[in-house]
Structures are given as C-alpha cells and as structure tokens.
Design a binder for this molecule. Structure first.
Ligand code: ZN
Length: 375
C-alpha cells in the first residue's frame, strides 16, 4: 500500500499518499529557511511555527478543492471512491466518468472555483485585519494570510490551464463535447494540450534548475511529469473508450474457474492445478466461501524452495482488496479502475453474488487496433 487511510466516511476513503510527507517536510523546511532570512526579527521557533502553519493551511486548501469535486460528483450521482492527498496535490477518484457535458463542466468548475473562493476569503480577512488592527501588517498572521492568498491564486491559475486532466482541461473538454457532440475527440484534444502543458512546465523547471538545485524546481519537474503522464493515460483511455464503447463486463468476463483450497500448499496447487490445467487464474475457497483469487504471476515471485511451506491463502489476493465490478458496467470503466488500482483481475459481483472474473488479458481481444496498449 502506498497510501494511509485516515478515515472512511459514507463509502469515501480519505487517504494520504506517502509522498505527501516528503512534500510537507520539504515545504516546512524551505519556508522556515525563507522566513529566517526574510523576517530577521522572528525567533527560530517562530519561523518554524509560521512555516508549519502555512504548510498545513496549504493542504487544507488542496483538500477543500478535492472535496468540492467530490461534492459535485455526489450531486451528479457519480460514486466517489476516495480522496487522496499526495506530493502532486490531491486526487478525487470518481468511479465513473461524467455521462454528459453539463456534469463534466460542473466537475471542472468546482475545483478552481473553491480554490479561488478560499483565496478571496484569506485576502478579505487579511485586508480587514490590516484596516482594524494597528501593526497587523508586520505580524506573523499577516505573513501567513498573504502566503495563503498567493498560493490559492497560483493554484487557481495552474488548475485553469486547459489541458486534461487539469480542471481547466475538464472545462475545455465539456465545451468541446457540447459543441462537437463527441466526448472521445474532446478527451483526445484536451489530453494533447495537457501533454503539451506538462512538457512546457518541465522545460520551465529545467530552466529553473539551471539557476540552482532547489526543492521547488525539483517539485515542479515532478508535477510536470505527473501531468504529462496523466494526460498520456487519458489519451490512451479515450481510444479504449471508443473501442469498448458498448462492451459490457458480462460479455468479456470469464465464468469457469476452478476452485482451490486456501489451506493447500503452493506445491500442491502448482502440481495439481496450475501446471496441469491450461488456466492462469483460480478461485481460492476458505470455509466453503470464495475468499480470493490466485494467479500464475502471484506465485511466480515466491521462491520455489518456499512452495511446500507456503499456503495458497497467504499468497492469494483477497476479495476485499480486489473490490468488484457489476456485470452490466462498461468494460472501459472497469479498465480504468483496474489500471488505477494496478489490478490484473477484477471479480464480477451482481447483488452480492459472485459471477466471474474480468481479466485484463481478455479485454485486449476487444481492442485489436491498439498495438500501443501493453499489459
Ligand atoms: Zn481539481
């Protein structure tokens, strides 16, 4: 697991990615160093306190931004799976894509609107305090407030770049979708702009790095890579969505799986099932219930000497960790979930009953003209 789950409320999981700690640490250290120089009157502890407060408020802004996306998703009946804060900002994982341009527009607008609104709130508090409290403009709260105003303003501008998957890209995609009538072309165009923006940001960060190896410039380069990668994935997914537009999970999933006892050793499993049958994926039973899935690749990375001592149930992937998908869901949506969660198999469950398994390998038969897609 690369994330820590903080809470799960109403089906939404709130998570922190490990990279978040790196960014938070870097931010506190570089802000404290900045304040030590810029505000010589402050004590070292004061500089650290202000740096920590500013960093925490920065993440509150990012979280508020994601909550705004999630609120629109809930309003438009799109299930929200998780909200995760990482070194690259926040990500709200929505189960399904918007089904109409109106929803997509609201999804896109919600983010920058909430960030801009927060910036205005900070600005208003700062201006009011300056007007009413003598000496406020030389105080630490003023420094924090002006930093938060500036951070929220720059985040708003960054988010409004019209490249997918940035919010501005979503807004642009909604507009193209509305007027051209085709969501796939809209994704392709805005994803290309997103890749271009990622590249431009990367060149900018290289220019910045030439002036000195600063954490901010390195962070900017990472964000650029993250954006480029996200846009490239969105572009590939647009092709898949086009190819798999009408294909449902039930048409592609496998139904016949041999069940294996969870208590069996890997040795037994390999000899009696894996090597004997032409199947790669098996169901694991515990107390008469389907407990998980085991595949050839799951046991491939276990040392062969360990096979006699290791049980199937210790290597399998548990149903709870795999999640599930409805047989009536679109394969393109299932594929997005699998890619995001790095899964090769997804159990298919209807009304609590196990129906089969969707395997990534089976999906590619439906997209013959996509040589760039590899497993
Ligand atoms: Zn956003």
């Amino acid at each position: 697991m690369r994330t820590i789950r903080l809470a799960k409320v109403a089906g939404v999981s709130y998570e922190l990615h490990y990279s978040w700690f790196v960014l938070a640490g870097l931010m506190v250290v570089s802000l404290a160093a900045h304040f030590a120089l810029a505000e010589p009157a402050w004590s070292p502890i004061g500089a650290w306190l202000v740096a920590t407060t500013t960093t925490l408020l920065f993440f509150v802004s990012v979280a508020a931004h994601e909550l705004a996306h999630a609120a629109v998703a809930a309003w438009r009946k799109l299930p929200v799976r998780s909200i995760c804060l990482s070194a690259f900002g926040g990500v709200a994982q929505i189960e399904r894509e918007a089904a109409d341009p109106g929803t997509e527009l609201w999804m896109g607008v919600a983010g920058p609107l909430s960030t801009a609104a927060l910036g205005v709130v900070y600005l208003a508090i700062d201006a009011t305090a300056q007007a009413w409290l003598p000496g406020f403009s030389r105080s630490a709260p003023h420094v924090v407030l002006s930093w938060m105003t500036a951070i929220n303003a720059s985040l708003t501008v960054l988010n409004l770049i019209p490249g997918f998957p940035l919010d501005g890209g979503r807004i642009m995609r909604a507009i193209l979708w509305k007027f051209r009538g085709d969501p796939v072309t809209a994704t392709r165009v805005t994803a290309r702009i997103g890749q271009g923006a990622g590249l431009a940001l990367f060149l900018f960060s290289i220019r910045w790095l030439l002036d000195g190896l600063t954490p901010s410039a390195i962070w900017m380069a990472c964000v650029a890579g993250f954006l480029f990668d996200g846009a490239a994935t969105a572009y590939a997914e647009a092709d898949e969505t086009a190819a798999l537009k009408t294909v449902r999970v039930r048409e592609v999933m496998g139904r016949d799986y041999t069940a294996v006892d969870g208590c069996a050793s890997l040795e037994t499993f390999a000899a009696q099932y894996l090597f004997r049958m032409g199947q790669r994926c098996f169901l694991v039973m515990e107390h008469g219930q389907i407990a998980g899935i085991i595949t050839a690749s799951d046991i491939a990375h276990i040392d062969r000497d360990e096979w006699s001592r290791t049980r199937v149930e210790h290597v399998m992937r548990r149903m709870d960790d795999l999640g599930s998908i409805d047989p009536e869901a679109l394969v393109s949506d299932a594929l997005k979930t699998m890619r995001r969660e790095r899964l090769m198999q997804l159990p298919v469950v209807a009304n609590g009953r196990f129906e089969g398994v969707l395997q990534r390998g089976q999906i590619w038969h439906w997209v013959p003209e996509q040589p760039q897609l590899t497993m």
